[in-house]
Design a protein around this ligand. Sequence first.
Ligand SMILES: Nc1nc2c(ncn2[C@@H]2O[C@H](COP(=O)(O)OP(=O)(O)OP(=O)(O)O)[C@@H](O)[C@H]2O)c(=O)[nH]1
Ligand SMILES: [Zn+2]
Length: 330
Amino acid sequence: MSDRDVFEATVVYKDPRGTFILPDGIEPHERNRVRCVVPGALKKRLLEDGRVKVVVGDRVRCERLADGTARVQELLPRRSVLVRRRARDGNRPQITAANMDRIACVVAARDPAWKPGFVDRVMCAAQLSDTEFWLVINKLDLLSDSEREQLDAQVAIYEQLGVAVLRTSTETGEGIEALRERVRGSVTVVSGPSGVGKSSLLNRLGILGEPLATSEISRRHRKGRHTTTSAKWLALEGGGAVIDTPGVRAFGFYDLEPEDLDALFPDIRRYAYAEGDLDRPRCRFGDCTHREEPGCAVREAVERGEIAEQRYASYLRIFASLLEEAGRRR
Ligand SMILES: Nc1nc2c(ncn2[C@@H]2O[C@H](COP(=O)(O)OP(=O)(O)OP(=O)(O)O)[C@@H](O)[C@H]2O)c(=O)[nH]1
Ligand SMILES: [Zn+2]
């Protein structure tokens, strides 16, 4: 085999026909995708060593085959990975994407109204993946001036936690150029509930290749044709990419015990542990879960208004859902 038959590539898409990659050094356009196979021996090794499988965003070394397709020889080291619990198989990991620099949670200012609980879940997932988190609020054009002020007050909670909050409208173009600038040159996983305008937004960020379908009709059509829910790696003009993940209603957490949840809420963690150090709990009970226990530093901070009620409510809800999942596993 000559050297030119071996190349490195990025995994951009997966569906029942196979895994699709974009070889390095050629224009990162959809039409240059190459279909490849992941040999059974490699699949088995990935399962055994905990890397699970080849996912969108992965870097791979491949070998070109005579029929124009390719075979993956090796999965190259990952710098980050987004792990979600599998919807149906209980506590088995579902790795959604790899090698991202951040997760951007896209919600709508209204139609559909955004739920802080959803945002908090995605933010926990970013914390768990050790990845930067952005909150993108789209459809800003639908708000009156006074509603906008309410929104500003609500998102101030996130801004105080150091989260970048980006306000956009694909109708008026507000914030689009700023977002376009910010995503360029790096890899952003984009996640959001259905109907928030995620596809409309991505189409405005300068993705190379076919625009994403956005209207209700084409969306239904698209769902009919493909049954896949793979993420898609979309190269950006000027470098970098966005990874479009299929609409998620809920984020589950793989391998997370309820009692470890406080570490994923930076605001709660700050009060629960001296200087955020998990070895130095501040509540009366070292194993406090910050629900009903007396002498809880977190609840006291909520009562003083130093932790937002809304964030604490999310903590309690996610805690309860983790408890329920843990119960189901046992
Ligand atoms: N008013 C307003 N409507 C928008 C905006 N962005 C998108 N929309 C509309 O919202 C609807 C949903 O937009 P999509 O881009 O298809 O939404 P999506 O989030 O990709 O939806 P899924 O494909 O279900 O995940 C469409 O009717 C868009 O025209 C916006 O900024 N303002
Ligand atoms: Zn406590």
